[in-house]
Design a protein around this ligand. Sequence first.
Ligand SMILES: [Fe+2]
Length: 226
Amino acid sequence: MEAFLDKAIKEINHLDPKPNVIVHTGDLTENGVLPDYELALEKINLFESKVIIAPGNHDERNYGQSLFKELIGPMDYEVHVDKAAFFIMNSPEPDRDAGRLGRRRQDFLDEKLKALPMGYLKIVVFHHHLVPVPHSGRETNVLEDAGDILEMVLKRNVNFVLMGHRHVGRVLRINNTILINSGTTSSVKTRGRFGHSYNIIDLFTDGSVKIVEKNMDENKEIEKAV
Ligand SMILES: [Fe+2]
């Protein structure tokens, strides 16, 4: 639903202050085909802040992973924005809806988190959800190796895990880690009356966090308990 995406882009570009970074947690496309990617890229280029994108299961349909690498960028990568370290992990597998990181990615992520100097914010981003998301229908596609990843994330005191896939927003704190699922910004696949949304995450110098879900159907902001 292009109108919601255009509205989100306009609103996000007008946030004051502007976001340091915009994170898209995957499913840029419906079918992973070239026209889908070209339209997605056209829209992404309208953002006036840095954009970080994790691949979604829809993006890897129909050999879409080749287009993701060509047009969007790497599928597993680390990027630093000021003192925030983002670890983007490719959780989907081609032509499957299920997701997993697997031992190789788990070990890579664990080593990277362990080696990160003190003072860095640790943010892990992948498409599939690490724990079930309420009100999103029958549970399917939670990461196949969720248990091992959750244990590592908690052990390494990851600050945030950003996820998508279920089209329902959710914020859940476990120990020192905040798990954030985004809703859907422009898909037709909304749940109930949750509508179309995006999250605004504010981090303050005293360490506090404010997370607001912006619902675009009703033009309202819902502050999430952290
Ligand atoms: Fe998905």
